[in-house]
Design a protein around this ligand. Structure first.
Ligand SMILES: *Cc1c(COP(=O)(O)O)cnc(C)c1O
Length: 355
């Protein structure tokens, strides 16, 4: 970064980097040496600080724990082929973070803290970005309420933080998916389009139930008829038919507006495919499958990028995909996204932010 930083930095006196095997890091368990912290008090954001990564201590009445004003983001940074450090579409995550904040009655975080703080933190810990194929630095910005008061009301104080986790190739083995007919992830007017912590807590039991039946994940359906498809686990979902690619549209507010989803829609169109963002029902897919027109299905998200689906189960129907034969679309999409991130092709969309 060229500008002189205004962020106060306290460096660690004992880096853990030399004792970390960056080639074999498990996802989400190892964090870099530093973290960014900014507090919202008296109606204003205070100066952010970068500190050694360390535990927080707080009062048992911390409101976030009781009433769940807690939101997060997930972003990745890479070393590209020219050995530059780049972040993929961080402004999209920044905008979405503040949309989540508004929905959860939390203060919006300014760009100087979210984006500049993120760059500063990554710059300080960039030696932690693994220099191996398909590795990345996972960036986790989050915010939670910090009033020490157990009454239900919006907190007046908040903490915004960013932590960083080196990650290896997130190989997603093809998954078996159960179409969910009982539980609901999101309903119109709810919080499905916000990345708030409670959504994930609520998804754990339905997912465990499906896993007990031998599936890996669930395909969420609408709250009323349980037939309009929403998302697969915590990923957006795409269905490749012979003459088009379908992905559920966002207008009901029940679907998280994924940055990978957005990018996939653009890249699939560049591949010459006809992408339709609209309501998609399980009945339509079963129908197309029986006609031999339904070729591939996959999830998209920052952590795994693309996760191929090998089976969709709904009542007595099992739509099985032979991924050896038919996964050209997801493989080509994954390659194109990777080429953009790594600077192998030109970034014509302005998705890459250099540090
Ligand atoms: C984060 C998330 C996604 C994927 O969003 P990306 O920006 O692509 O990582 C999809 N669905 C849910 C529920 C999510 O939380």
């Amino acid at each position: 970064m060229s500008e002189v930083s205004t962020i106060k930095i306290t460096k660690t006196t004992k880096s853990r980097l030399s004792e970390t095997d960056l080639k074999n890091v498990p996802f989400g368990k190892i964090f870099t040496d530093h973290m960014l912290v900014a507090d919202f008090v008296n109606g204003a954001w205070q100066e952010p600080e970068i500190l050694p990564y360390q535990p927080l201590s707080f009062d048992p009445s911390l409101s976030a724990i009781h009433y769940g004003q807690s939101i997060f983001e997930g972003i990745k940074a890479y070393h590209n082929v020219r050995n530059e450090t780049v972040i993929f579409r961080p402004y999209d995550n920044f905008a979405r973070f503040n949309q989540s904040a508004v929905r959860m009655q939390m203060p919006e975080v300014p760009e100087e803290i979210f984006i500049e703080g993120m760059k500063e933190l990554i710059n300080l810990d960039k030696a932690w970005i693994p220099g191996y194929d398909n590795h990345a630095l996972y960036i986790r910005p989050f915010m939670f309420s910090t009033d020490t008061f157990i009454g239900v009301r919006p907190s007046s104080t908040y903490k915004f933080m960013i932590i960083l986790a080196p990650t290896g190739p997130y190989y997603s083995k093809p998954v078996r998916i159960a179409v969910e007919e009982k539980y609901t992830r999101a309903a119109p007017g709810g919080v499905g389009q916000a990345k708030n912590a409670g959504n994930y807590g609520a998804s754990l039991k339905p997912t465990s139930d499906a896993q007990a039946q031998g599936y890996d994940q669930i395909l969420w359906t609408d709250a009323f008829e349980h037939k309009w498809l929403q998302e697969v686990g915590t990923m957006n979902v795409f269905f490749v038919l012979k003459d088009k690619v379908l992905t559920p549209s966002l207008e009901e507010g029940t679907i998280l507006d994924g940055v990978t989803r957005r990018s996939a829609v653009v890249v699939l169109r560049e591949m010459g495919l006809n992408v339709e963002e609209r309501k998609v029902s399980i009945d339509e897919l079963i129908d197309e499958y029986k006609k031999g027109n339904f070729l591939e299905a996959f999830g998209t998200g920052t952590a795994a990028t693309i996760s191929p689906i090998k089976e969709l189960a709904y009542k007595d129907e099992h739509l099985v995909f032979d991924l050896e034969k038919s996964s050209q679309t997801s493989i080509e999409l994954g390659k194109r996204l990777s080429d953009i991130r790594l600077g192998i092709v030109e970034d014509v969309h302005g998705w890459i932010e250099k540090i």
